[in-house]
Design a protein around this ligand. Structure first.
Ligand code: CA
Length: 721
């Protein structure tokens, strides 16, 4: 251990190279001291950082070289004391054995005050069990700051970051959360995928007074709430929400301000803006562009409340202001949203003025769900949008937009909506400069093309050796897979140009998608004729264990036959706690199958968990299928997810669903799907479509189908709220 004399009278810089040296050093820290962790990997390191610095002479824990100190394995960080600063660490390749990676406390009674975590990276530091919840950052105490950090890839259940108000010492906390990079958070497929939560309903009538400023939310898609404000007097300003599904929600608590934020949806599905609930909220000078979200996920949502609401339900919107916002090319503004027999208290004494709502393609983008006479509208301009009926305060006119130097669109010749001085947060200025930020998600066909001949073991060897994005081109003839083909990276398989390749397999499965894998198969024939004579085979299955990474399965121009060596032979089946971003079948043919085509019915505990976001079957043919072509189950009653989505279009089903083991007695069985579109299909001698609508406001479109020798669709709405 080396002691160097710093610039202060007694300040030391203490370099440590082992956990024992660290523990010794931390015992005797004085104001102004700095502990420096040596570069390299620190494995299984539960860091407890305590001390009492002063405002002028904080105590610091940092890295020899920022970004070169890797905290891995079973590790975490607890901070307790005063005027403590932590910087430069990278948490990766592991997860916290406790429920938090970075906690601003040691125990319930020993909290952090006036302390700061800055330039720290947490990258995919996830518990391997998807539904073992934890959080990456929990702020307790008061006057703490979390800034310039990089948080990317939270994939297991649990809010990425939370501010806790669970004791008096943590209320009125005046924390600052600023200049952080909140990187991509994939769709979780359940509640508990928020990126930032401030408070909980229990303490929501206490003030937090947290400032959330100049943060970049990049594709934060975990669930319907990107930010859930559940306490009073918070400020959200200058943040940028980039292609993030969900909204900034003022869920509980009063007196918060949301201003100068930019929401760029770029027409990505379910991108939303701000959802307003409670009293004395101010929403001003925000810019929303290209937001597609609807209902609670709209560009701007003002909710109805519950009369005399319990603390955990919806308090009436009252004494709030929505002014000078620009809402451009966005599909939905919802007023008095959520009105029903329980949420029957419409907004009162609220002002809505000086807003620009510009959407030449969106005449009906403002939806009024209840009495809005308690909102005073003035000086709003709508362009292409029909204003609420019998409501003054909207001027309909034609206004051109032009792009200003800051990259945002402003109306020509009139001053309305968000101010011209609004800045777009530069992604590079958030987080840290020394850790790369992720690019676009391009999974397939980015690598090299590999020719695969029909020899023994050739296919499995080729898949094993392939890199992410590679394309395997199979030669003409039959390829026999003697072992399960493990897909642990995105790969594509197809017939070589002009060739017609066929795959048979000898095990109970042909492909197994493991964590990190995605599969695209096209222009191939797959036959089950050589597979084992046991029940429950499947062509493609997921890992049998929990998967953190969402996968994609694409099936295009395929012929799949003779999955009938025994009963219950599925084309695709999955395990609990796995999740597909997309499953797409197009222009394919399926014949003679004793099980299901897509069997996605494993989360039976009704915990609100499901297994796939978008499932689509287009322009395909199914004949002699004993099970369903899709059996999708999403149980539970929470309203935290946008999916699952299901589409069936342009397809023919002949003799589907009659197997005695098909418990659903359906050709298509959907339970709790949020968006269903089934049209332009032909059903011949098949079991009916069976849909159970359960949670949320499911949108079910079933039309333009022909049913020969097939019962009409059965849509059960008795489970709807
Ligand atoms: Ca939630």
């Amino acid at each position: 251990m080396a002691f160097l004399v710093g610039c202060g009278a007694s300040a030391s810089e203490i370099n440590v190279t082992s956990q024992q040296e660290y523990r010794d050093a931390v015992k005797s820290l004085q104001p102004g001291d700095t502990i420096v962790l040596a570069d390299g990997e620190w494995r299984d390191f539960q860091i407890l950082f305590t001390g009492e610095g002063t405002a002028e002479r904080p105590i610091t824990l940092t890295a020899e070289t920022k970004g070169q100190v890797l905290i891995t394995g079973q590790s975490n960080l607890r901070i307790a004391g005063k005027y403590l600063v932590v910087s430069g660490l990278v948490f990766k390749d592991g997860y916290s054995p406790t429920n938090t990676v970075i906690a601003f406390r040691r125990t319930k009674g020993e909290l952090a005050y006036h302390s700061r975590v800055t330039e720290v990276v947490i990258d995919h530091f996830n518990n391997p069990e998807r539904f073992e919840p934890d959080s990456w950052v929990m702020m307790y105490g008061r006057n703490n700051r979390f800034d310039h950090n990089h948080l990317e890839g939270k994939s297991n259940q649990g809010v990425t970051m939370a501010v806790r108000l669970d004791s008096v010492e943590s209320q009125e906390n005046h924390h600052r959360i600023d200049h952080n990079y909140f990187g991509p958070r994939p769709v979780l497929g359940s509640n508990g995928g928020e990126t930032l939560r401030i408070g909980t309903s229990h303490y929501s009538l206490s003030n937090s007074s947290t400032v959330v400023e100049d943060n970049y939310f990049d594709r934060c898609n975990g669930e319907v709430e990107i930010i859930s404000s559940k306490s009073g007097m918070n400020t959200f300003r200058g943040n940028l929400f980039y292609e993030s599904r969900g909204t900034l929600t003022l869920r509980h608590g009063n007196g918060s301000v949301v201003e100068n934020n930019v929401f760029l949806g770029n027409r990505v599905d379910h991108t939303g803006g701000i959802r307003v609930i409670n009293k004395r909220q101010t929403i001003r000078n925000n810019y929303m562009f290209g937001l597609t979200g609807h209902r609670f996920g709209g560009a701007l949502v003002i909710m109805n409340g519950v009369p005399n609401s319990p603390i955990n339900r919806y308090h009436q919107v009252e004494d709030s202001v929505v002014e000078n916002n620009s809402i451009i090319a966005s599909d939905h503004i919802e007023l008095a949203a959520g009105a029903d027999s329980e949420r029957s208290a419409p907004p009162i004494s609220t002002r809505f003025s000086g807003n620009l709502i510009h959407n030449p393609d969106g005449a009906d983008s403002i939806t009024v769900h209840d009495d809005i006479s308690g909102i005073e509208f003035s000086d709003n301009i709508v362009v292409g949008v029909t204003p609420p009926a019998d409501t003054p305060g909207f001027e309909s006119r034609s206004v051109e937009l032009e792009k200003a130097e800051n990259g945002l669109f402003y109306p020509v010749g009139i001053d309305i909506g968000a101010g011209r001085d609004l800045k777009i947060l530069d992604r590079a200025s958030t987080g840290v400069a020394w850790y790369p930020k992720p690019g676009p998600d391009s999974r397939f066909d980015t690598g090299k093309t590999i020719a695969v001949a029909t020899g023994v073991g050739a296919l499995s060897a080729a898949i094993e050796q392939a890199n992410a994005g590679d394309i395997l081109e199979l030669s003409a003839g039959t390829h026999l897979a003697e072992q399960v083909l493990v897909v642990d990276k995105p790969i594509s398989l197809k017939s070589a140009n002009g060739a017609s390749a066929r795959i048979e397999f000898e095990r109970t499965a042909l492909f197994e998608i493991k964590d990190g894998g995605s599969l695209k198969i096209s222009n191939l024939e797959i036959s089950g004729a050589s597979s084992m004579d046991v029940a429950g085979n499947t062509v493609i299955r997921t890992s049998r264990y929990s998967m953190l990474n969402n996968y994609v399965l694409q099936v295009d121009n395929m012929v799949v036959t003779d999955l009938d060596t025994n009963h219950s032979f599925n084309f695709f089946s999955l395990a609990k706690h796995t999740f597909a971003d997309r499953i797409e079948i197009s222009e394919s043919e399926f014949r003679n199958i004793t099980g299901h085509v897509l069997f996605m019915n494993k989360e039976s505990e009704d915990l609100g968990i499901y297994n796939g976001e978008y499932v689509s079957i287009v322009d395909s043919k199914f004949a002699n299928i004993e099970g369903t072509i899709a059996d999708i189950y999403r149980g539970g009653t929470d309203e935290s997810t946008f999916g699952p989505h299901f589409e069936l279009r342009g397809s023919t089903l002949e003799s589907v669903g009659h197997g005695k083991r098909n418990k659903s007695a359906a050709s298509v069985a959907l339970h709790g799907v949020q968006a269903t579109s089934i049209h332009d299909n032909v059903f011949v001698d098949s079991k009916p479509i069976r849909i159970a609508e359960t949670v949320g406001e499911p949108v079910t479109i079933v039309g333009e189908n022909r049913f020969d020798g097939t019962e009409a669709p059965v849509i059960d709405t008795t489970l709807r709220p």
